[in-house]
Ligand binder design. Structure first.
Ligand code: ADP
Ligand code: MG
Ligand code: ZN
Length: 630
């Protein structure tokens, strides 16, 4: 308390000085405009004045630099004023003329600036400058007393969970897989000795991946709450600021603070703000020094701290895992990735139940119905939905929330979400289901370092109505030709499934085709993987960017080569398409059964998915070899 008051006093005095100064400034300004009572004298033209002097009618004159005030001998008319004023013109003969006509005249002494005004004009501008500086310094949250270096101080907020405000796993619903994984982290934090004793290395970083509003922040708070440890929270974008080096200094500072409070959790929201792939950013903008420094510092700190019995665990959240730098995902860093996705039907119901407890619900409200109608809603949307319903009920002067309030609230929330996500019609849902299962089956059977981890027909964002999630099982720097061909086939799996089941295709595959074509183009143009065209890079500077290069200019090539490239790209995609069709025809029954299942459940993941996909088989070798493809 005492310290805080000390801090405040100089700043309050400073405020007073400011006020006084501003007052002075205003006075100074106005003093020039204030009507001077002495000048309320009729003004006449200079020529009239000269005439009157010539006519010997002027008794005396008082000359200053900006006016001549004079008194007439006798007014031109009865009652007319005898004192008049005029504006002087530069006239060297005036004194002579006045003297000739016997006018008594005097001039004012030149106006010297008073000591006071001189002082003000020297002192006020610098003071104003200081005040402005102060203002900006305050606004950006730097304390005046702490000095200019304080901008490197970490801005992390610390929560020390107390009994009332504690968030626990019970407050989070619909993300059971994530909860299971995080329970382990809680255990690390609670009893680190047990792990240290056996020589196990406690994971340092856990990355929560998922769309906005699904409860990533909430989950990490719950981890802290369950373990009863302090929780540092900071957003990735807060590291990256004006000054190069400030972000890195902040990271250092944050870890310093955290180590003092260990065991504890550091939560970095929006990790993608600092963790963007370095290879990716290099191509277009020549890299971002500041971000890179910050990222390097983060990696260093994560490698550095290793107190076994006092763990500092870094949780981070992102909704764009694909842009993250590979170095972040290496062992010893964010080596655990936890998917926090939009909830499925039963998840939505549990979340609704949590929030329904916080409002007064009328008897007979059916939350199941609401859960069914809110496919695609994230946890935050559902929380919002219940609140909207309560607001509607209160506005209608009712004391409890009824079913119709909830229904109306859905419409409101959907209207708000409309631009972001969509609610699917039943027949659309069916197409999406087969499409995604197509991706999953082909993806499962293709070689390469990733496994199908989840299929979902819960709409996600504007573009994706459903999705199949493939998680890498190992960190990949290199992809073989076979891997890439597998990726193209997987991308075409969705469209192929639609062709087989419905005999026609929808617009839903547009993004898949885009990506498939990109890969094929890069195989030929960038990686030199075509046997016909040889190991030449036909694309310029495309090297580092994978799946990102949209505007790679082509090296100057002959028409014949250009045609050959196009043909080769085309045949790569065609071959992959045939492969996907062959695989799906071969696994037709499995595709049907998984699709029916997912239409029922909306999401299939984990062991269940693994078991289902394990039943898939590759068709006979002949159907797959390129030779069989005409
Ligand atoms: P994210 O960090 O993933 O964007 P938040 O954790 O900030 O999402 O979620 C915002 C709010 O939405 C939370 O404070 C909580 O009220 C609600 N919420 C989101 N997901 C869930 C969930 N799975 N269970 C309960 N509440 C949730
Ligand atoms: Mg968040
Ligand atoms: Zn698709």
């Amino acid at each position: 308390m005492a310290i805080r008051q000390d801090d405040n006093r100089p700043s309050r005095r400073f405020g007073l000085i400011n006020l006084l100064l501003i007052g002075f400034g205003v006075l100074l300004l106005f003093s020039n405009f204030l009507p001077n009572p002495a000048t309320q004298v009729p003004r006449v033209p200079y020529s009239l004045f000269i005439d009157q002097v010539n006519a010997d009618n002027v008794k005396r004159a008082y000359i200053t630099s900006d006016q001549i005030r004079y008194e007439l001998d006798k007014p031109p008319a009865e009652g007319a004023p005898t004192v008049l004023a005029t504006t002087p013109i530069f006239d060297m003969d005036l004194p002579q003329r006045l003297e000739q006509h016997g006018v008594e005249f005097a001039a004012a002494p030149p106006r010297k600036p008073s000591f006071f005004t001189t002082l003000l004009s020297w002192v006020v501008p610098p003071l104003i400058f200081i005040v402005v500086l102060q203002f900006f310094a305050r606004r950006s949250g730097m304390g005046g007393a702490q000095g200019a270096l304080s901008f490197t101080k970490s801005k992390a907020k610390v929560y020390v969970p107390d009994e009332e405000s504690r968030v626990t796993f019970a407050d989070v619903a619909g993300v059971d897989e994530a909860k299971t994984e995080l329970t382990e982290i809680v255990d690390f934090l609670k009893t680190p000795e047990r792990y240290a004793a056996i020589g196990a290395r406690i994971p340092k970083g856990v990355l929560l991946v998922g769309p906005p509003g699904t409860g990533k922040t909430l989950l990490s708070k719950a981890v802290a709450g369950e373990a009863g440890v302090p929780f540092f929270i900071i957003s990735g974008s807060e590291f990256v600021e004006l000054f190069v080096g400030a972000g890195a200094a902040r990271v250092r500072d944050l870890f310093e603070e955290a180590k003092k409070k260990a065991p504890c959790i550091i939560f970095i929201d929006e990790l993608d703000a600092i963790g963007k792939s370095r290879a990716g950013s290099m191509g277009m903008m020549g890299g971002n020094d500041e971000r890179e420094q910050t990222l390097n510092q983060l990696l260093t700190e994560m490698d550095g701290f290793a107190a076994k019995d006092k763990p500092v665990i870094v949780l981070a959240a992102t909704n764009q895992p694909e842009v993250l730098d590979a170095a972040l995902l290496r062992p010893g860093r964010f080596d655990r990735q936890v998917l926090v996705d939009r909830p499925d039907l039963s998840g939505r119901k549990t979340i609704l139940e949590i929030y329904a407890k916080k409002v007064k619900l009328a008897d007979g409200v059916d939350l199941d119905k609401i859960a069914q109608a809110t496919s695609g809603f994230a946890g935050a949307d559902l929380a919002n939905l219940v609140n909207e319903a309560a607001l509607l009920a209160a506005r209608a002067m009712r004391t409890t929330v009824e079913q119709k309030d909830l229904n109306e609230a859905i419409e409101r929330v959907v209207a708000g979400l409309e631009k972001k996500s969509r609610v699917l019609q039943p027949d659309e849902k069916k197409v999406v289901a087969y499409h995604e299962v197509g991706h999953a089956i082909v993806g499962h059977l293709m070689p390469g370092g990733s496994k199908v981890a989840k299929i979902s027909i819960v709409p996600r964002g504007m573009a994706a109505l459903g999705y199949t999630l493939q998680l890498p099982t190992e960190e990949r720097f290199l992809n073989s030709k076979e891997d890439l061909e597998g990726q193209i086939a997987t991308l075409l799996g969705g469209r192929s499934a639609e062709e087989i089941v419905f005999g026609e295709v929808t617009t839903g595959a547009a993004n898949d085709l885009q990506r498939a074509t990109d890969i094929a183009e890069q195989m030929v143009g960038t990686y030199g993987m075509s046997e016909i065209l040889g190991p030449l890079a036909y694309d310029k500077q495309g090297g580092g960017r994978f799946l990102g290069g949209t505007n790679n200019p082509r090296r100057a090539v002959s028409d014949a080569t250009a045609q050959a490239i196009d043909k080769e790209v085309r045949s790569l995609v065609d071959r992959a398409h045939d492969r996907a069709l062959a695989i799906l025809r071969h696994n037709r029954e499995l595709m049907e059964s998984i699709s029916l299942r997912i239409l029922d459940k909306e999401v299939i993941e984990g062991d269940e998915l693994k078991d289902l996909l394990a039943a898939s088989t590759l068709p006979a070798e002949a159907a797959l070899s390129p030779a069989a493809v005409a």
